[in-house]
Design a protein around this ligand. Structure first.
Ligand SMILES: Cc1cc2nc3c(=O)[nH]c(=O)nc-3n(C[C@H](O)[C@H](O)[C@H](O)COP(=O)(O)OP(=O)(O)OC[C@H]3O[C@@H](n4cnc5c(N)ncnc54)[C@H](O)[C@@H]3O)c2cc1C
Length: 409
């Protein structure tokens, strides 16, 4: 699958990333992780902390899949609001999902102190603005739900929004406890540390076939077999080529990163910014004074057309950015890219075992919070493989019945 088009920015931020050999022999391990993106990197690091004999392989270079297109926003609030989650999954499970996201971000914020390569993970607040006046009542309801369940959220009226930003919007929620990251550096720093802790890493090593038995799985690559007690599949959106999930949907999405600005516009605390409209636009800054804008999702499946669409969609994103911050009109995008993006119909990611694949576990962090979902999955699966029962996995079951999600926010 061609995952990315155009020029994602992150590889330039880590000039000499660690490199790993391709597999050239037969080996065995307790746990094989297939996929060295955010999901596989988090799992590899977490498995290395529990001391399991772990191997990580990727058919590309580490961090070169969707994680290289990732814009690095880490948020407790989801594509699906807490109100919607409660409506769909009930009070207990809706709140549990949000609490798991909150714990996931807290854990991600601890990572910089544990890793040798700086992952550029920075705590940030988020502004979720009402795209239209009609969205204000649902935003107020969402605020009440968040506060009632112990999540940080302030309801801002129009004048407070315009006092803190260059733009004005009918209302907004301002919440603390989120973060931004450089996803490419985060993946590399996790894999690097996992490798230091004993995980064997092989790049340019494609898993081609699997032989399942009652004792484990054999993974056949071009130049070697891997005999594993268990496999964690962290193959991102390409998992759909191995097994179709009925509730998963793939679209194309677009993003830009500007050249560095000498002065950022009026932008309170360099917060993450997003909106109630669906599909939504989102914005963030970077530590070197650039702005990232993303969105403009569309139902295009042909990668050649996406290659062509990057130019026009990035122009539209630039226009949206200039409309929000008129004082930076004329700014140029240095990087523009498009990519496959996956979500699920009910708004929850997939993680856990699948009855048709014995000794196998999946991480499919589909949705705008894929990094946070990867952290949740790494924790739950590492505990499960260590023999600890994690009932939370039932929420993310790969065989759950998909229900249509009610309207967002
Ligand atoms: C434009 C864009 C913006 C995004 N923004 C955000 C954001 O702001 N915040 C956020 O949290 N998420 C965001 N996401 C989602 C995020 O990118 C993903 O959730 C996450 O990075 C995916 O990580 P992954 O490990 O699941 O997939 P990938 O990064 O794609 O990694 C999977 C790896 O598996 C490997 N692989 C596949 N098949 C095989 C095989 N047979 N053998 C060996 N290796 C194999 C691939 O080469 C790949 O490296 C965004 C996504 C896009 C496209």
């Amino acid at each position: 699958m061609k995952l990315n088009s155009g020029h994602p920015p992150w590889k330039n931020s880590l000039i000499n990333p660690p490199v790993y050999p391709a597999l050239e022999e037969d080996i065995r391990c307790d746990c094989l992780i297939v996929g060295g993106g955010m999901g596989g990197a988090m799992a590899a690091y977490r498995m290395s902390l529990s001391g399991a004999d772990t191997v990580l392989i990727d058919k590309r270079a580490i961090g070169s899949g969707s994680s290289h297109a990732n814009t690095g926003l880490l948020q407790v609030a989801n594509d699906k609001s807490l109100t919607s989650c409660i409506n769909t999954f009930g009070d207990k499970n809706g709140v549990l999902f949000y609490k798991l996201c909150q714990q996931g971000i807290r854990r991600i914020l601890e990572l910089p102190g544990e890793l040798n390569i700086d992952p550029q993970i920075i705590p940030r607040s988020s502004l979720l603005y009402a795209s239209t006046p009609e969205d204000v009542p649902v935003l107020r309801l969402e605020h009440d739900q968040l506060v009632a369940h112990g999540f940080d959220s302030e309801f801002w009226e129009q004048d407070k929004v315009s006092a803190h930003y260059s733009f004005t919007k009918p209302a907004a929620l301002y919440s603390k406890g989120d973060a931004e990251t450089n996803p490419y550096r985060t993946v590399h720093s996790l894999v690097d540390k996992a490798h230091t802790n004993g995980v064997r890493v092989f790049e340019h090593t494609r898993a081609r076939h699997y032989e399942y038995s009652k004792d484990g799985v054999v993974c056949i690559t071009d130049n070697g077999r891997i005999y594993a007690d268990n496999i964690i599949f962290a193959m991102g959106y390409e998992t759909q080529e191995m097994k179709k999930d009925r509730g998963a949907e793939l679209v194309n999405t677009y993003a830009i990163m500007t050249k560095p600005l000498s002065n950022l516009p009026k932008w309170h605390e360099q917060s993450l910014i997003w909106e109630t409209a669906r599909p939504y636009l989102y914005f963030r800054t970077t530590p070197d004074g650039r702005i990232i804008a993303g969105g403009k999702d569309e139902q295009l499946t042909d990668p050649q057309r996406r290659d062509v669409r990057v130019l026009s969609q990035s122009r539209r994103l630039l226009e949206e950015l200039e409309a929000l911050f008129p004082e930076i009109r004329g700014i140029e995008a240095e990087y523009t890219w498009g990519a496959v993006f996956g979500s699920t119909r009910d708004g929850l990611p997939y993680m856990g075992p699948h009855p048709e694949f014995p000794h196998c576990f999946f991480i499919e962090g589909y949705g705008g919070n894929g990094t946070v979902y990867s952290m949740i999955a790494a924790e739950l699966l590492a505990d499960t493989l260590a023999g600890k029962y994690r009932p939370e996995l039932e929420l993310f079951s790969l065989t759950r019945t998909s229900k249509p999600s009610p309207s967002p926010v």
